[in-house]
Design a protein around this ligand. Structure first.
Ligand SMILES: C[S@@+](CC[C@H](N)C(=O)[O-])C[C@H]1O[C@@H](n2cnc3c(N)ncnc32)[C@H](O)[C@@H]1O
Length: 299
């Protein structure tokens, strides 16, 4: 008789501090998000009514061996990374999102999407670029491999959906905790069958903003280029840059997916301005400012 071994899924144990009894409902909401999206996160929940000033945050970070999440008095969920609270904070992007257009956003020049476009942001991170993409009216599927980041995004989407001006853009975002390569493989397998039945889903744009070595945002000689902000610093603790092999796989499978529709699809890759090309592949066109570069691969 053969026995089937159950492979244990790695779960992240995470501490969640909330500040008042009145937040019990919100804590339940977070538990529901974790269950609904099958996020491999186990929460160790604690009421923490003390004022969380900077010194206290630093102490908490230093003494805990687990990632720490904080639910503040406004029900904003953040991650305490090296004493700094980081969160998607989509409300802070309101001005940019409202006025976003091809003139103001290089990403939109590169992506060239319209309100009927279907977009995959395959490396969602804090979701800032997804918001810019969704400001056009397009549907954006956000892929994020890190469960903790996916939870921050889902909680932010839930929080922002309660604000009247944000309901529409929020309804256009779909957040999935997955590795982009496995998601692309699944899409490709599905589309082989769908093409036979004339029911293939079209993806117009795939956007890739993979991690980049922390020391390569600035030119070491001239000091030119972008400084790493607190959001990126925090991300460097969770995610590593892809290998060259992974870069090639990402780019190739993304190109294969956007080539399936009748419309001309494109893959857009974000890099620090001075960074080498993804997978050493020459783009069809590039757009850049002093800090970043968007490389467009038209299919
Ligand atoms: C540089 S950040 C993206 C920042 C994002 N563009 C924003 O506006 O906040 C890269 C993110 O992509 C995620 N990531 C990297 N490789 C991935 C992959 N293969 N599949 C899914 N997510 C990935 C990382 O966990 C990280 O959160």
């Amino acid at each position: 008789m053969t026995t089937v071994k159950q492979i244990p899924t790695a779960h992240i144990n995470c501490q969640l501090f909330y500040v008042s009894e009145a937040q019990a409902g919100q804590v339940e909401n977070l538990k529901m998000l974790i269950a609904e999206h099958a996020l491999p996160i186990i929460l160790d929940i604690e009421l923490f009514p003390e004022k969380l000033n900077q010194k206290r945050r630093q102490q908490l970070s230093e003494t805990s061996t687990q990632p720490i999440l904080l639910l503040d008095e406004k029900n904003k969920l953040s991650w305490l990374s090296d004493g700094l609270s980081v969160a998607p904070e989509w409300d802070k992007l309101q001005r940019r999102v409202v006025s976003a257009g091809r003139k103001s956003e290089l990403l939109l020049q590169a992506a060239k999407i319209t309100s009927d476009s279907t977009v995959i942001d395959a490396t969602a991170g804090f979701g800032h670029d997804s918001l810019i993409l969704a400001s056009t009216g397009a549907q954006v599927t956000m892929l994020e491999q890190q469960p903790l980041m996916a939870l921050l995004l889902l909680a932010e989407q839930q929080r922002m959906s309660t604000l009247p001006n944000w309901q529409k853009p929020m309804s256009r975002l779909q957040i999935i905790n997955t590795d982009a390569l496995s998601y692309f493989a699944k899409l490709q397998a599905e589309s082989v069958n769908a093409i036979k039945e004339n029911d293939a889903k079209v993806v117009d744009v795939i956007y890739l903003d993979p991690m980049f070595p922390e020391d390569s945002y600035q030119d070491s000689k001239t000091g030119k280029g972008a400084k790493v902000g607190k959001h990126m610093q925090a991300l460097h603790q969770l995610a590593r840059p892809p290998t060259l092999e992974e870069e090639s796989q990402l780019l190739q499978s993304a190109q294969a997916i956007v080539s399936q529709g009748a419309r001309q699809g494109r893959v857009v890759v974000k890099r620090p301005q001075l960074a080498p090309l993804l997978a050493h592949q020459q783009p069809s066109e590039s757009w850049h400012n002093e800090a970043v570069r968007f490389d467009g691969y038209f299919v």
